[in-house]
Design a protein around this ligand. Structure first.
Ligand code: ZN
Length: 366
């Protein structure tokens, strides 16, 4: 699913996940038809949710950056966000602090609002729902009618849900993994945390099916998020200490940006490759079979390789194999140029990485 780019803060790209947009559209339409009186109140709540999720993720990212981890982007989802980075924190203590930072922001807002309403009793505040006997309906009404209470509630739910559900990729799951990692090591901890997360997701899905469809969606997010997290760790641990030197293609098939697509195709056919490196003068890109076939064969002579090539990010040979592979697989790139002291050393190809991974896996299991 696509995300909408919102901008950049401290070098971190901020994106709004499409589910956030769809939920907003769905809510507006549903409310306009069935409950127009509450439309404005719900929009205000939605805005609070957006700001709170953003700040929650920003706090995670700030801690990550302070630990020396590069955060690539923040994706905002209606139930929380994800701060994506190519690396994961290595030390359990770092992961613990990183996981706690987001919910802590929400709880500081909750505590701050409480302090303000206790200090200024004149502020509009639904005191009647603060007691244990308040009904769900009264609570819903209060959230709609008192904006300050709405902000309080959004942060309370966000913080509590993310911290107290011990399932990856939620913060609670990261706390669980960090705690386990201190005893059994990172890889085993991830494995156990993944199993716990999947069981919780299945339980959530069953409860959600009968009670609340939002829980069903969250269950799916948790289930597949945990699987993804586990795979990323297995890949990283498998490739730990493995050198890319052996699989670097030092004489990659290269075409110049100025060469025509006909020449590019001829080169691909001659060397039996589905993708070739394009020298874009100071930058490298690639052209693959799919991109070629999207341009009509009759205009191959008139179009240059450089005009359709997709630019490739650069990797340095000093980076870990796992980090370089994460760069490629995350963006589904067929190859990556690898540099040494600023000079092009060669390229790493997806097919070679798959072979390296398969071989390493056998070796580590023996
Ligand atoms: Zn979080």
């Amino acid at each position: 699913m696509r995300s909408v780019k919102l901008g950049k803060i401290m070098g971190i790209a901020v994106e709004l996940h499409s589910t956030f947009v769809w939920l907003l559209v769905l809510l507006v339409v549903a409310l306009a038809v069935f409950d127009p009186a509450n439309l404005l109140a719900v929009l205000v709540l939605f805005f609070f949710l957006f700001v709170s999720v953003f700040m929650h993720e920003l706090f995670h990212s700030l801690v990550a950056v302070s630990k020396g981890t590069k955060v690539e982007k923040i994706v905002l989802l209606p139930i929380g966000g994800v701060a994506l980075s190519e690396e994961m924190p290595e030390k359990p203590m770092d992961e613990l602090q990183l996981a706690l930072a987001g919910p802590m922001f929400n709880f500081v807002v909750v505590a701050g609002i409480l302090a303000v309403v206790y200090a200024f009793p004149v502020l509009p505040w639904p005191w009647h729902v603060m007691s244990a006997g308040a009904t769900a309906e009264a609570l819903e009404q209060a959230v709609m009618r008192y904006p300050l209470f709405g902000l309080f509630w959004v942060n309370l739910v966000l913080g509590a849900f993310n911290l107290f559900v011990p399932a990856l990729p939620l913060d609670g799951g990261r706390v669980l993994r960090a705690a386990l990692a201190m005893i059994v090591g990172f890889e085993k901890a991830t494995h156990i945390a993944t199993k716990v997360s999947q069981l919780l997701a299945i339980a959530m899905a069953i409860i959600g099916f009968f009670i609340n469809w939002i829980l069903l969606i969250i269950a799916l997010f948790v289930y597949f998020g945990a699987v993804y997290e586990n795979e990323a760790v297995v890949t990283r641990e498998t490739l730990r200490g493995v050198s890319l030197h052996a699989i670097i293609n030092r004489r990659p098939v290269t075409v110049d940006a100025g060469q025509s697509l006909q020449e590019t195709f001829d080169e691909m056919a001659r060397t039996n490759r589905l993708a070739v490196l394009v020298d874009m003068h100071g930058l490298y890109g690639f052209v693959d079979a799919g991109m070629l076939s999207s341009v009509g064969k009759e205009s191959w002579h008139a179009v240059s390789a450089g005009s359709i090539a997709k630019p490739l990010p650069a990797a340095d040979i000093s980076e870990s194999a796992a980090a370089i592979i994460a760069k490629m697989t995350g963006k589904r790139l067929p190859m990556l140029p690898v540099f040494e002291h600023g000079e092009l050393l060669g390229i790493v190809e997806e097919s070679e990485i798959n072979k390296l991974y398969a071989l390493t896996k056998i070796l580590k299991k023996l």
